[in-house]
Design a protein around this ligand. Structure first.
Ligand code: NDP
Length: 328
C-alpha cells in the first residue's frame, strides 16, 4: 500500500490545523469503491472545515473536501467497475468520512452518481455541491408548481457559488431573475449570468415585516436570517422560497403571516443526505439546463496546495462564482 497527497485536518491544542500532507492508503475508511479523484471544489462548508470556524469535522485525522469527481479504480459494488466516471457529493465526506481533497477516496458505491454524458469531471466540480444544491432548489420550486409565468424569482447570495448557478439555470429556463447581492459592483457579472435585475442585499437585510409588498413568486436563498424572513414576507400569494443556506446566520426571525395569510411555502433543501434518485435527476438537469459557457465564466481553477488559503477567502465573501480544485 502506498501513500497519497491530501489536505489533512488535525486537532490542535486550540482548534484544528489544515495541511497538505501524505496520507497512508491503509488509513482509508470502509467503502466498496475506490476512486482516483481528479477534481474537487471549494464550497462554503469546505471553508468552515478548513478554518475550523464551525465544527464541520467530527473525526480526526480527517481529509477535508465534501465533493469530488473522478474515475473508479477498484469496485466490489455491482453498479461500478474500474474506469467508470463518477461524481460524489456530501454523505458526510469531509465531516465523518475521509473526504475529497485527496488523490484517492474510498466510499460506498451507493453514494456515487454516474457523470452525465458530455459532462467532464472538471465541469462537474465547477458545478460542485454549490451548483447541485442550486439545482435541488430549482427542482423543489418546480415541484411546488412554479413556472416562469408565475412571476419573478429572487436569488440571494447572488455572486456566490449557489447564487451564481441558480441565476444561470433559472434564466436559461426563462425566469425573470432578481439577484440580491452585497457586491453591486458585480452587476455586470450577474447580468451576464442572466439576472434581469440586481438589488443591494441591504434592502433585504433589516428586520422583516410580517407581510410586505409582494415582489416575487419564488426564490432561492443561500443567506438565511433576516434576509430569508424578508424574502418570505415579500413572496406573492401561493409562492415558495427554497432555503438552502446560512451565509448571514442560522436564525429565522420571521412570523407565520406569509404562510397562513398568503399560503407561501418554505422549502428546505439538503444536499448532504439527499436520496440518490433526486441526485441523479439534479445532475442530469445540470447537464442540460446549465449553459457551459456561463459555467466556465464563473469558474476559476486552483491547485490542491492553494485550498487552505482559499478556504478563508470564501468565508470572507471574497470568492466570486465557483472554484474548481485540480487534484492530479
Ligand atoms: P459562497 O461563499 O460562494 O456564497 C455565499 C454568498 O452569500 C456570498 O458570495 C455573498 O453573496 C452572500 N453573503 C455572504 N455573507 C453574507 C452576509 N453576512 N449577509 C448576506 N449575504 C452574505 O458560498 P456557497 O454558495 O458555497 O454556499 C452558500 C450557502 O449555502 C452557505 O451558507 C452554505 O453553507 C449553504 N449550502 C448549503 C447546502 C445544503 O445542503 N443545504 C449545500 C451547499 C451550500 P453576495 O456577495 O452576492 O452578497
Amino acid at each position: 500500500m502506498g501513500t497519497f497527497k491530501a489536505i489533512r485536518i488535525d486537532k490542535a491544542e486550540k482548534g484544528t490545523t489544515a495541511t497538505l500532507a501524505q496520507f497512508d492508503e491503509a488509513e482509508l475508511m470502509e467503502g466498496d469503491v475506490t476512486v482516483r479523484v481528479e477534481w474537487s471544489t471549494l464550497n462554503y462548508k469546505d471553508g468552515l472545515a478548513l478554518t475550523g470556524k464551525a465544527p464541520v469535522v467530527r473525526r480526526f485525522p480527517m481529509i477535508a473536501g465534501i465533493d469530488f469527481a473522478g474515475t473508479v479504480e477498484q469496485s466490489s459494488h455491482p453498479n461500478w467497475k474500474a474506469g467508470d466516471k463518477v461524481v460524489c457529493n456530501g454523505w458526510g465526506m469531509g465531516e465523518t468520512h475521509l473526504g475529497a481533497y485527496a488523490e484517492k477516496a474510498r466510499v460506498k458505491g451507493d453514494w456515487l452518481v454516474r457523470l452525465p454524458d458530455g459532462m467532464s469531471a472538471r465541469d462537474a466540480m465547477a458545478i460542485g455541491t454549490a451548483g447541485y444544491t442550486a439545482m435541488l432548489s430549482v427542482l423543489a420550486l418546480e415541484k411546488h408548481g412554479l413556472t416562469p409565468k408565475s412571476g419573478p424569482v429572487v436569488v440571494t447570495g447572488a455572486a456566490g457559488g449557489v447564487g451564481s448557478v441558480a441565476i444561470a439555470v433559472l434564466s436559461k429556463l426563462g425566469y425573470h431573475v432578481i439577484a440580491s447581492t452585497g457586491r453591486v459592483s458585480e452587476t455586470g457579472y450577474l447580468k451576464g449570468l442572466g439576472a434581469a435585475e440586481v438589488t443591494d442585499r441591504n434592502e433585504l437585510a433589516g428586520p422583516a415585516k410580517p407581510l410586505a409588498k409582494e415582489r416575487w413568486a419564488g426564490g432561492v436563498d443561500s443567506v438565511g436570517s433576516t434576509t430569508l424572513a424578508n424574502l418570505l414576507s415579500m413572496t406573492k400569494y401561493g409562492g415558495a422560497i427554497a432555503a438552502c443556506g446560512l451565509a448571514a446566520g442560522m436564525d429565522l426571525p420571521s412570523s407565520v403571516a406569509p404562510f397562513i395569510l398568503r399560503g407561501v411555502c418554505l422549502l428546505g433543501i439538503d444536499s448532504v443526505m439527499c436520496p440518490i434518485e433526486q441526485r441523479r435527476v439534479a445532475w442530469s438537469r445540470l447537464a442540460t439546463d446549465l449553459d457551459r459557457a456561463k459555467l466556465s465564466e464563473i469558474t476559476q481553477e486552483i491547485a490542491l496546495a492553494d485550498v487552505v488559503a482559499q478556504g478563508a477567502r470564501i468565508l470572507a465573501g471574497q470568492v466570486r462564482g465557483r472554484i474548481v480544485v485540480k487534484i492530479v
